[in-house]
Design a protein around this ligand. Structure first.
Ligand code: ADP
Ligand code: MG
Length: 258
């Protein structure tokens, strides 16, 4: 439904793979400055939805006029780097290639691979070293915040599951986003670190950032979400506060039925 101050507004976005409709969202608004959880069974289309709105995937054109705007700016034909420059970033799981780089180098790359070419081009000498020092200082500051500074010269591949999740978050913050999207931030994290991850997510919100995250653990969702959106078979089937949504029969059907 309509929100008082939406930072993101999405209309008629669909994505099919062969005969399967992965995403079919008629309308969704994400309210600014709060933590919104996107929940739903495996294969509901949550990751595909993230890919679409951040420009990493393109909607299937079905003549329905897919459009979405972030901060009032139309994003539908925008590249991932432009989306990141506009302030909307998503985390990425560390790939094999990134595992073979140090933690600090991962952070430095985080400044370029989403916020993109413009910043990267600006690195071309003679400004390169001054710019690089600035980016490195910022990377270290974020690593310190996420308690990873003493790991800066270690290979990312040597980190624990929880530390990897912290690094993924820290990387995404290199571009100073106003909205951060986290896809299953708690997956593979041991209980000792989940509390710390939850704390980091809440502090980002408390500093004014908008958070949209996908999570399976309903205890986490209930604990930190200000608003919950439920997706099933590509569609938004319910939304509301955690308590309301988790007692909704459509939600119970989506999880236990299909
Ligand atoms: P979720 O993140 O909610 O688990 P996904 O967005 O990953 O769901 O997937 C939604 C549906 O789209 C699933 O049926 C999945 O198999 C399909 N799908 C996702 N990505 C692709 C792809 N690149 N090629 C083919 N099918 C895909
Ligand atoms: Mg997924």
């Amino acid at each position: 439904g309509a929100k008082p101050d939406p930072i993101l507004s999405v209309d008629n976005i669909t994505r099919s793979f062969g005969g399967i409709t992965a995403v079919d969202v008629e309308h969704l608004e994400v309210e600014r400055g709060i933590i919104t959880a996107l929940i739903g069974p495996n294969g509901a289309g949550k990751s595909t939805f993230f890919n679409l709105i951040t420009g990493f995937d393109k909607p299937t054109s079905a003549g329905k006029g897919a459009q979405w705007s972030f901060e009032g700016k139309s994003m539908g034909k925008t590249s991932p780097s432009r989306v990141a420059q506009a302030g909307m970033v998503r985390t990425f799981q560390l790939t094999k290639a990134l595992n073979r780089m140090t933690v600090l180098d991962n952070m430095m790359l985080g400044a370029t691979d989403q916020a993109g070419e413009n910043l990267f081009k600006a690195w071309i000498k003679p400004l390169w070293s001054a710019q690089e020092r600035e980016v490195e200082a910022k990377a270290k500051e974020l690593l310190d915040r996420f308690k990873l500074l003493d790991k800066k010269d270690d290979y990312a591949g040597s980190l624990s599951g929880g530390q990897r999740k912290l690094l993924e978050m820290a990387r995404a913050l290199m571009t100073d986003p106003t909205m951060i999207m986290l896809d299953e931030p708690m997956a593979g994290v041991n209980p000792a670190l989940t509390q710390s991850l939850l704390g980091h997510i809440q502090s980002l919100r408390d500093e004014g950032m908008t958070v949209l995250f996908v999570e399976h653990d309903m205890h986490m969702v209930r604990h930190i979400s200000d608003w919950v959106v439920v997706m099933a078979e590509g569609k938004i089937v319910a939304e509301g506060t955690a308590d309301v949504v988790m007692n909704d029969s459509a939600v119970i059907d989506a999880y236990l039925g299909a």
